[in-house]
Write a protein that binds this ligand. Structure first.
Ligand code: NAP
Length: 499
């Protein structure tokens, strides 16, 4: 016997990227349609909206970099370009009728829990009332530009890859690229051919796995998968399964990890003949320790006659270029910062206040923490999607987002049915989860002695250290014992007694 719905929860989803779209469609399919998606960008897509730098490509194959509910058979390339992925997100939003729910060009500046629900403040001065807030605000969102002395004196153009400016001309000019992560490698490959000169400033070299990133997907494959949805579904499931091997490689020190590491070393040896350049490109840590970089073009680009790799530290920026610790001055017209993000900000700098007015900065004074990536003690009826400890390399982001959204749906159902008014994870359960994460980090490759953006200020690793089956198990059904719930005036559960 099904219970009669008694309430229709009002939901505010913050962010219209992978996580926000996953949440919206999942809620909609479960019958929850009373939601608003607030997005500060001019369009949906999240990182794919904000990042538009030349050469942007997803190094995850497109046949798995998609929502399970919106299979796209006809990608143009095996590893799709940024613009094609961005178009896909737009199409999904239209196909699932999310447009009327969207409030674009609107930032959530604050949200406060008042004991029964959330008051959400928007940048246009208006407010929204919500029974649930879903923070789908992303990980790599706030660009990081190092405060190098003299930067403000530079008379040429300065641009960060995550806020690319199409008016900045790089063709025929002397271009500096600072940074050698996935972004630095992609943009060096893209800008080098037409630049007069390209100088890449590398503080720490990266291992770069060779892969033919520009490979087209044959039209026949798209046609076949489009005509046979069941087959397409099996291909998607097969790729999810195969990605488990990648998970195993990063989580455990097995022969499979060693094989990939050998391949990384071979990728460098086979492509860079110049001994001096090869030495300067050789990292002093294990392959896969940092977020793995994949490219089929980078080593050729940096070895080109018009390119130079500089490994001396930058000491200052002058009106006409960059000076390094050896005293050399590098004259350049454009400086491109491929220096990454503030990856552990999550919802911040939003003025987010939970139960009893506790600010998220206070709750996270010891670093970002969430129970099973999604629930934060002190913040009832608020869930994150791709929140702290979300995977960013070994498990499909879309899979994690959809799974988390379905988990949240369980609480929406209980709210709808009048079984709960508020739900809040306990401190104890969150601590237990954090301990299990810390323990599981031991044998991971991220913990083998490199510095990476995975580390928080507290030196914990902000990633998912378990396999996909564990993630699925942990997020299939809420564990009642880990939550404190309230119903009307009564309080039920194991958490703090009175709020
Ligand atoms: P990143 O991996 O954090 O790399 C930042 C780079 O800037 C590093 O080389 C870093 O050097 C350097 N850097 C930072 N501060 C510096 C300073 N003061 N002086 C000199 N160098 C400095 O950032 P990202 O390349 O933008 O990539 C971030 C993440 O985005 C990736 O790891 C990946 O998860 C994602 N991404 C994915 C794709 C894709 O294809 N799916 C593409 C691009 C990005 P150190 O190493 O010494 O810190």
């Amino acid at each position: 016997m099904t219970s009669t719905p008694v309430r229709d929860p009002r939901i505010v989803i913050i962010g219209a990227g992978v996580a926000g779209i996953s949440a919206a469609v999942t809620f909609q399919r479960a019958g929850f349609t009373n939601f608003v998606i607030v997005e500060k960008g001019e369009d949906v897509g999240g990182v794919w909206y904000w990042n538009r730098y030349p050469g942007l490509t997803c190094d995850v194959p497109s046949q798995i970099y998609q929502f399970s509910f919106a299979p796209k058979p006809d990608w143009r390339r095996i590893w799709a370009t940024g613009p094609e992925i961005q178009r896909y997100h737009r199409e999904v939003v239209e196909r699932f009728g999310l447009e009327p729910h969207l409030r674009l060009r609107t930032e959530v500046t604050g949200a406060a829990f008042d004991g029964t629900g959330w008051d959400v403040t928007l940048s246009d001065g208006s407010n929204l009332r919500a029974d649930f807030v879903i923070a789908a605000t992303g990980v790599l969102h706030h660009p990081f530009t190092p405060g190098i002395p003299g930067l403000d004196t530079f008379t040429g153009s300065v641009v960060h890859t995550a806020r690319w400016d199409d008016t900045v001309r790089t063709e025929g000019r002397r271009v500096a690229v600072v940074g050698s992560g996935s972004t630095g490698v992609q943009i060096v490959s893209a800008l080098q051919p037409a630049a007069q000169r390209l100088v890449q400033f590398t503080r720490t070299p990266q291992w770069v796995l060779w892969a033919p990133m520009g490979l087209p997907q044959a039209r026949a494959i798209g046609a076949l998968l489009g005509a046979a949805p069941a087959l397409h579904h099996r291909v998607y499931d097969g790729m999810l399964w195969a990605s488990g091997i990648l998970g195993d490689i990063v989580l455990r020190p097995t022969w499979r990890r060693r094989a990939v590491q050998r391949y990384a070393r071979l990728s460098l040896r086979a492509q860079v003949r110049d001994r001096d350049l090869r030495e300067r490109l050789t990292p002093d840590y294990e392959p896969l320790c940092k977020r793995q970089v994949v490219s089929g073009t980078y080593y050729k680009a940096i070895a080109a006659d018009n390119a130079e790799l500089v490994t001396e530290a930058i000491t200052e920026i002058t009106p006409t270029g960059i000076r390094t610790a050896d005293g050399r001055h590098h004259d350049v017209d454009v400086i491109v910062f491929a220096t990454g993000f503030h990856p552990h900000n999550y919802m911040r700098p939003m003025d987010l206040r939970g139960r009893d007015g506790v600010h998220i900065d206070e709750a996270w004074a010891g670093g970002p923490r969430a129970y099973r990536m999604t629930a934060i003690p002190g913040f009832p009826n608020l869930f994150t999607v791709l929140g702290p400890n979300s995977p960013t390399g070994s498990i499909s982001l879309q899979y994690s987002s959809e799974l988390t959204a379905r988990y949240i749906t369980r609480w929406l159902e209980r709210f709808r049915d009048g079984e709960i008014d508020t739900v809040e994870v306990t401190e104890e359960a969150t601590d237990r989860f954090a301990e299990s994460v810390a323990q599981a980090m031991g044998p991971t490759v991220w913990n083998t002695g490199c510095n990476s953006w995975y580390f928080t200020d507290q030196k914990t690793i902000d990633l998912w250290p378990f396999d996909r089956a564990t993630m699925t198990a942990l997020l299939s059904e809420p564990d009642e014992r880990d939550f404190h719930v309230t119903v009307a005036d009564a309080a039920v559960g194991t958490g703090p007694a009175a709020h």
